[in-house]
Every structure is written in structure tokens, then in C-alpha cells.
Design a protein. Structure first.
Length: 321
């Protein structure tokens, strides 16, 4: 394994507040030699129920790396909801603004194969009840980063983006699971985080360069995103690393090399990446430096089973080579 040298985070005491608005799910994960074909039944090699949900994962990842994080979301009054509240609070996340509802806690049914690849189906449950009225603007006072994804209703995401924008925070939108977004939400987004497939969908089928392409070939993508009002975009490329697109920077395209590890379970590695980006942006890093740091965090997460329980602490990440 090898990893780039990264600086230790400044820690929560010196970092601005992060507000994450979105989903909490119970992950129902079964491990198997390979993913099943349509209509096929396979034997599994293990089963686990773990805390998850993209937003909860991102909040925990940021908090474990020193972030000062508040989570806004919804769970059911059930065992899965209690597990999620305990897990996120145990990681140091402020969960006082997570509502408990009569709807069941959201769940994700996950299959993981021997190579660590996964397939996921989500049932929103309580996440679908999170409404714009539940986005308490007082929660955004003093926030410097607002983290969003698309596992809760789109109008709630837009209300949170507006609240973050009005509070002077930097709005980080992870466009996952993919859905078209209105121009107004794009206009409120300071940093868009997408994988290559999501990026192509967002740009109406625009063909991105291959992951191995030189940086110069990514410049048309910079212009494409800028036409949608997006100045800073982070495109993740899985095992090929990521690309930072920022026309306002001295270098508009920067390739971030992947951190090579032996993956055990890639479930939630993207959330570890997003949470790490939020933590480092809140601590004052440039987007390129945050992406480099996040590459290591995501790789470390993939070396362990599960999601939140797999995320590294700041000390673990600093010691990782």
C-alpha cells in the first residue's frame, strides 16, 4: 500500500462548523463471492446491520477527522433509528436536530462481493419525511460548510442550500443518488462533487475524457460546468483517483492520484471522501488539498468492512502510509 503524505488536521477547535442535511439509513449488508445475476440466488458468507445513509456517513467521516458537525435529518422511533442516533452521536456529531418520526427508519439493502464491489437498493422511510420546514435556519449560524446529497426530497435539499448560502457558508453538493437538479440549486452550489457517470448525466450526455487522459483534455469539461454556474467541481474516478476542476485557480484542472490499497468493502468509501473534503474545507484548505486528503480517507475506509465503523480518525489517517 502507498499513500501521499498529508498534513494533520487542525481539529475541531480550529475548524469552522459543518452542517450536514440529509439521510440516515440502516445498512443491511450481505457478503457474497460475487453479485447475483437477475433471477439468481446465491449463498452469502456473512450478514451485518450497520449505521449508514449518505448524509450520516459524511457527517461521521467529517467528525472523525476533527470536524465540528451538526446533522439535520429524520429517523423512525425504532431500533434502527436508535442505532443511528447512537452511532452518529458517538462519533461526535451533534444530532439534536435529527427528528424522530412515525415513519420507519430508512434502510439500504447492500450486496458486497469478494472484490469489495457493491450493489445497493434504498428505501427512504423517514428520510422522505424531511421537509423544507424542518431546515431550521438557526442551525446554520456560524457554519462555514453545508454538506448535501440527494437521499432526501429535492425541495429540502434546495431549502438547505439556500439557508447555507444565506449564512455565508460554502455549499458542498454531492449529486448522489443522481437526479436532475434545478438551475436554482446549481446556482447555490459552491462545490459540486460527482462521479464520472453522474457528471456526464448532469451535462446532458457530455462525454468526459478517459480517467487516464491528460489534464488538458479535461478543460472542455471545465467550460461545460461553468455554463451551469458551477465554478468548482470535484469528479471522482474510483480506482483512478479524482479530478479537481476550478477555472478560478491558477491551474484549472488538477489530477489527484489514487491511494492504492487492497479493498475489502467499498461501500461508503465515497461518503468518506465527501466527509473528508468537508472537514478540510471547514479547516481552511484549498479544494485541491482537501481532495488529496480525502483520497487517503476513502482508501482507508475501503480496507475495512462497513461504512461508519470503517472511517479513519485523524490520527489514523496521519499515520497511514
Amino acid at each position: 500500500m502507498n499513500a501521499p503524505t498529508v498534513n494533520a488536521p487542525t481539529g475541531a477547535a480550529n475548524a469552522g462548523r459543518i452542517v450536514v442535511v440529509g439521510s440516515l439509513n440502516a445498512d443491511l449488508t450481505i457478503y457474497t463471492e460475487r453479485l447475483p445475476l437477475p433471477g439468481e440466488t446465491l449463498h452469502g458468507s456473512g450478514f451485518a446491520v450497520n449505521p449508514g445513509g449518505k448524509s450520516a456517513n459524511q457527517a461521521v467521516a467529517a467528525a472523525r477527522l476533527g470536524g465540528n458537525v451538526t446533522l439535520i435529518g429524520a429517523v423512525g422511533v425504532d431500533d434502527n433509528g436508535a442505532m443511528l442516533l447512537a452511532s452518529t452521536a458517538g462519533a461526535g456529531v451533534d444530532v439534536t436536530r435529527v427528528r424522530q418520526t412515525n415513519a420507519p427508519t430508512g434502510v439500504a439493502v447492500i450486496s458486497v462481493d469478494a472484490a469489495g464491489e457493491n450493489s445497493i437498493i434504498i428505501a427512504a422511510g423517514a428520510n422522505g419525511t424531511l421537509a423544507p420546514a424542518h431546515v431550521d435556519r438557526a442551525a446554520f449560524d456560524g457554519a462555514v460548510v453545508v454538506g448535501l446529497c440527494l437521499e432526501v426530497p429535492l425541495e429540502t435539499v434546495q431549502a438547505a442550500a439556500q439557508a447555507g448560502h444565506d449564512a455565508g457558508a460554502r455549499v458542498l453538493l454531492n449529486l448522489s443518488p443522481y437526479a436532475p437538479i434545478p438551475e436554482a440549486l446549481a446556482g447555490l452550489t459552491d462545490v459540486l462533487l460527482v462521479n464520472a457517470h453522474e457528471a456526464s448525466q448532469f451535462l446532458g450526455g457530455f462525454e468526459l475524457p478517459s480517467p487516464e487522459a491528460p489534464e488538458a483534455e479535461w478543460e472542455p469539461a471545465v467550460a461545460q460546468f461553468a455554463a451551469h454556474g458551477l465554478a468548482q467541481v470535484l469528479v471522482t474516478l474510483g480506482s483512478q483517483g479524482s479530478v479537481v476542476l476550478d477555472p478560478s485557480a491558477g491551474t484549472p484542472v488538477v489530477r489527484i492520484a489514487p491511494t492504492r490499497v487492497d479493498a475489502v468493502d467499498t461501500t461508503g468509501a465515497g461518503d468518506a471522501f465527501t466527509g473528508a473534503v468537508a472537514a478540510r474545507l471547514a479547516a481552511g484548505d484549498a479544494l485541491v488539498d482537501a481532495a488529496r486528503y480525502a483520497s487517503v480517507a476513502a482508501a482507508m475506509a475501503a480496507t475495512r468492512r462497513g461504512t461508519q465503523t470503517a472511517y479513519p480518525t485523524a490520527a489514523e489517517l496521519s499515520n497511514f502510509r
